[in-house]
Design a protein around this ligand. Structure first.
Ligand code: CA
Length: 476
């Protein structure tokens, strides 16, 4: 009888729990850093730049140690997680040039965004910070699903009003005048220009914390995308934080450290606003960097990707594997270290599932997956059998499958690494394990057939050249 009752009641209990779970529509807070090194926050093991607020965020949820982005430079990476799709599926494979008259250089209008979907589901949607998805009015955040926007439309910005910007365009070369206009572009509230004031990362943190507080008692849940441009160049930081890091001898690393500390401080303000308004338990938070740290190339910012090989712009781990946190108290186990590969493309499906939101059936499928069942242990499977990358219209490819990483860059021979044994990608096993190399090369070629050629291309030094016509996409 007892067993019978249990059998009878269990579905009731389960369905009640499910109803409770779906009844909570959490706020969604997506925080993105820009060009942050893999090893430059405390929760990743960094030692010289204290990041207590980010560390607290990481401790409150899951630290994904194999967390990836879908591209190793800014705009395509952001186009990926804003749509939940590999951005090469719709030709967004280069940074857009800074041109408010271009209807080409921006997130293609064929795509709908995470903000579109959450707004349709009844969320108030807001964005604070760097857009970098097109400067033409048709690409404006208010046209791409965001009810509220505060920030700037370009790919970077000076941190202080009227400050001079040296744009690094390669070893020893500086100051591209075209990019100076981008870095001095107006601050906007929706489409209204505002004067610059104070230090930018500080201001973005204040704006985001204000948004969290302002919407605390709304009947609707909210989605906030807090998109920092720090610690991307130019290397500029507040005097008080430069003083705090006076023990770092290298001036560039000292300034970078102060910029990372500013990001941490601003994240701390937002978390404090969540706590003060009683929203922390019903807010799902993501944090990651849009790509790896640029250590020696253009826009190098003195970041460190140790122990990973490579940097921003690469398909080596240092370009695509980033500090990655998912936090939702009570729903994602606190202190979890999650080692299976995940990707920023997972943000959108995870957020939509948590929100109980659906997408129109006519829309193309998402490439990401809902991470919550994996993070909370509902399933022991891995989120992705394989992850894929393509750079610059086919100049480089990579595949991650379990412990294996296959890649091919430019005209070089394909390489194969065992990331479980060799996270620094130092021992090429392509010759020893040809069967695996061939399998992953074939998988890359198959995936590539689902992509299109880039809608626009640029030169390696900053998106200043719009080549005529679509580029031909190369096969791996
Ligand atoms: Ca970036």
């Amino acid at each position: 009888m007892k067993r019978y009752l249990t059998a009878l009641l269990l579905p009731l209990v389960t369905s009640t729990l499910l109803a409770a779970a779906t009844a909570v529509r959490p706020n969604i807070l997506l925080i993105v850093a820009d060009d942050l090194g893999y090893n430059d926050v405390g929760f990743q093991g960094g030692r010289d730049i204290p990041t207590p607020h980010l560390d607290r965020l990481a401790a409150s949820g899951a630290r994904c140690t194999n967390g990836y982005v879908s591209y190793s430079v800014c705009s395509p990476s952001r186009a990926g997680f804003l749509t939940g799709r590999y951005q090469q599926r719709f030709g967004h494979e280069f940074n857009p040039k800074w041109d408010a008259t271009s209807t080409t250089h921006g997130l293609p209008l064929s795509e709908s965004t995470i903000a579109d979907a959450l707004r349709a589901a009844g969320y108030t949607t807001g964005m604070v910070g760097k857009w970098h998805q097109g400067a033409h009015p048709q690409f404006h955040p208010n046209r791409r699903g965001f009810d509220e926007f505060f920030g700037f439309l370009g790919g970077g910005h000076r941190y202080f009003p009227d400050s001079h910007v040296d744009v690094e365009i390669g070893a020893g070369k500086k100051a591209a005048t075209h990019a100076d206009a981008e870095h001095a572009s107006p601050m906007l509230r929706n489409s209204t220009e505002l004067p610059e004031s104070g230090e930018l990362t500080t201001r973005l943190g204040d704006e985001a914390a204000g948004s969290v507080t302002r919407h605390a008692r709304d009947a609707r849940p909210w989605f906030l995308y807090l998109a920092f441009n720090a610690p991307h160049t130019p290397l500029q930081a507040r005097a008080d934080l430069l003083q705090k890091f006076s023990g770092i001898a290298d001036e560039r690393r000292r300034t970078y450290a102060a910029m990372v500390a500013t990001v941490d401080e601003s994240v701390g303000k937002v978390l404090a606003a969540l706590d003060a308004t009683g929203q922390r338990e019903r807010t799902l938070v993501f944090f990651f960097s849009d790509n790896g740290g640029p250590m020696t190339k253009r826009n190098a910012n003195a970041s460190l990707n140790t122990p990973l090989r490579g940097q921003k712009g690469d398909v080596f781990e240092g370009g695509i594997r980033v500090p990655f946190v998912v936090s939702w108290p009570g729903r994602v186990p606190a202190g979890l270290t999650f080692e299976a590969p995940v990707i920023a493309l997972d943000v959108m499906p995870t957020a939509l599932a948590a929100a109980g939101a659906t997408r129109e059936a006519k829309l193309p499928p998402l490439d990401g997956v809902d991470l919550l069942p994996f993070l909370n242990g509902t399933t022991r499977a891995v989120p992705h059998a394989r992850l894929f990358w393509r750079m610059d219209g086919g100049e480089a490819f990579a595949v991650r499958e379990g412990r294996w990483k296959w890649l091919r860059t430019y005209a070089n021979a394909p390489q194969l690494y065992d990331l479980a044994a060799d996270p620094g990608e130092s021992r090429d096993l392509a010759a020893q394990r040809p069967e695996i190399a061939h399998r992953l090369a074939a998988a890359s070629a198959e995936w590539n057939r689902g992509l299109v050629a880039p809608v626009w291309t640029n030169n390696p030094f900053g998106g200043l050249i719009n080549l005529p016509g679509p580029a031909k996409a190369a096969a791996p």
